[in-house]
Ligand binder design. Structure first.
Ligand code: SIN
Length: 513
């Protein structure tokens, strides 16, 4: 099932395994987990139509490889496989599931370097960040291998002596997962780790831009001994994705749908799930405020913003999006930030040593970011640095700082998803909170202050699921990740990440004399 003409040079290794010139040229040592077929019921399977779609490297437009362009038929097969596997998987002990997750974690760790390189090629993120994501992603497998054994029930006090009342937690069943390109590994492990720990099986539909990382994870799951059908991966092009997504939401065999991505798509899935009253987990877009108060350490705030903004070139749902700086430190902060951006950002192909800012995921996203900046500047914002497309390639944007930005400008109203820092000066804490909360999004928020009362006041008042206080990097397997308002429903990571994959079953023991 290969289409050599799409690749140029193709090295066939196995029915499903191909190493393109692009992959071989970048030091991937192990070809075994580079697959171009989907993974259904423990088998590597081509698309029923035989079609493939190409995956390109956003740094240079080169075709990294091609994968099966699947549709409804293969999605149904994957759901059926997951449904069948669930009948036995849910009967395994927590200790067994814990051991398998631990083995999956060990293999991801063992193949960290190759997984990271593969990710750079399809997502464009710098190698150092890709290595970081593999560690972040494997941490969810490790964490849920531990949490699997800590899913507890409750015994409640019965109001009558003839009955005993107990709650146990049961797995919901088959979980559909639709995952994004910005974290091609970690957004899968964060969901699948929790699902498997709870006793659920899953069907994963990775983003069309980054399917190779998902297929590599499936290969390692198989090697870890996770039984056929417990983890399934269906790959599909942009064109086939709506049909696949619709079936994942509407099939009576699916118990829940878990999605990370845009608010627009999240709302669509929420609607589709309503018909079957499915369990749903949504981790959607943000518009994170980053507030620097007069009492802040300016040095720490600049360091925090560099991470909160430039991680993955600003393409994360928790990227700092609206920077609010109090007038007493505004000029000092701006000068220090400009110096940091000039000295610490190196734009280029993520495979090159020293690069810290890679390309945006595709040309459409670059155009969108360019337009946001142009419209914001046309409305009166000033360009302190950057402001346009970078010469490194078709998908690169210059690290940019804009000042004099106001709430009604596009860079403040929308999630930018690019390396652009829009700054607004403010006078009072009340004003900053009003601006920060004036959005329908509520995923992450950040603020810097050394005033203890202010820290508590602001932490309580910011309308967001997560707040970094004097900290720009808040993600970890141990924490409850998620938003409020239109930023989502449910939490991933932490012990709470398991909740959505289980239901409480009430058992009433009667007739006790
Ligand atoms: C996301 O951007 O969706 C996830 C970011 C993270 O987990 O840190």
């Amino acid at each position: 099932m290969t289409a050599p003409s799409l690749f140029g040079t193709v090295l066939r290794l196995h029915k499903s395994r191909v190493l393109t010139a692009a992959l071989r040229g970048h030091g991937l040592r192990f070809a075994s987990f580079v697959h171009q077929e989907g993974y259904i019921g423990g088998q590597w399977v081509p698309a029923a139509s035989g079609k493939l779609f190409p995956v390109t490297n956003p740094a240079n437009g080169e075709v990294v490889g091609s994968v099966a362009d699947m549709g409804e038929e293969e999605t149904q097969a994957a759901i059926d496989a997951a449904h069948t596997a669930f009948q036995t998987w849910h009967k395994t002990t927590a200790k067994e599931r814990s051991g398998l997750l631990r083995q999956w974690y060990n293999l991801v760790e063992e193949h960290k370097e190759d997984l990271a390189r593969l990710m750079v090629l399809e997502s464009g993120k710098p190698l150092v960040e890709a290595r970081g994501e593999i560690s972040y992603g494997s941490a969810f497998l490790e964490w849920y291998s531990e949490e699997a054994r800590r899913i507890y029930g409750e015994v409640v006090q019965s109001p009558v002596t003839s009955k005993e009342m107990v709650f146990i937690r049961r797995p919901i069943g088959v979980a559909s997962m639709i995952t994004p390109w910005n974290f091609p590994n970690a957004m899968i492990t964060r969901k699948a780790g929790a699902a498997l720990a709870a006793g659920c099986t899953c069907v994963v539909k990775p983003a069309e831009d980054t399917p190779f990382s998902a297929l590599a994870l499936a290969e390692l799951a198989e090697k870890a001994g996770i039984p056929p059908g417990v983890v399934n991966v269906v790959t599909a092009s942009r064109g086939n994705t709506p049909a696949v997504g619709n079936l994942m939401c509407s099939s009576p065999k699916v118990a829940g749908v878990f999605f990370t991505g845009s608010t627009g798509v999240g709302k669509l899935l929420y609607n589709q799930c309503a018909q079957g009253v499915k369990r749903i987990g949504l981790e959607l877009g943000g518009n994170a405020p980053f507030i620097v108060f007069n009492s802040a350490s300016v040095k720490d705030a600049v360091a925090g913003l560099m991470v909160a903004k430039f991680r993955n070139a600003g393409q994360t749902c928790i990227s700092a999006n609206r920077v609010l700086v109090q007038e007493g430190v505004h000029d000092q902060f701006l000068a220090a930030l400009k110096e940091a951006v000039e000295q610490q950002t190196v734009v280029g192909d993520g495979m090159k040593d020293g690069v810290t800012v890679g390309p945006l995921i595709n040309a459409a996203q670059l155009k969108r970011v360019e337009k946001i900046v142009q419209e914001t500047v046309a409305c009166g914002a000033q360009v302190v640095m950057g402001g346009s497309v970078h010469s490194a390639g078709e998908c690169f944007f210059q690290p940019t700082i804009l000042t004099g930005v106001t709430e009604d400008m596009r860079a403040f109203k929308e999630e930018i998803f690019g390396p652009v820092i829009p700054i607004k000066k403010f006078e009072t804490e009340e004003e900053a909170l009003k601006t920060a909360n004036a959005t329908q999004h509520g995923l992450a928020s950040y603020f810097y202050s050394q005033d203890v009362s202010q820290v508590w006041r602001v932490a309580r008042s910011l309308e967001a699921g997560m707040t970094g206080i004097n900290e720009g990097l808040i993600s970890a397997a141990e924490v409850a990740f998620g938003g409020i308002k239109e930023s989502g429903i449910g939490r991933e990571g932490s012990k709470h990440g398991i909740d959505d994959y289980t239901y409480i079953k009430y058992l009433c023991f009667g007739g006790i004399n």
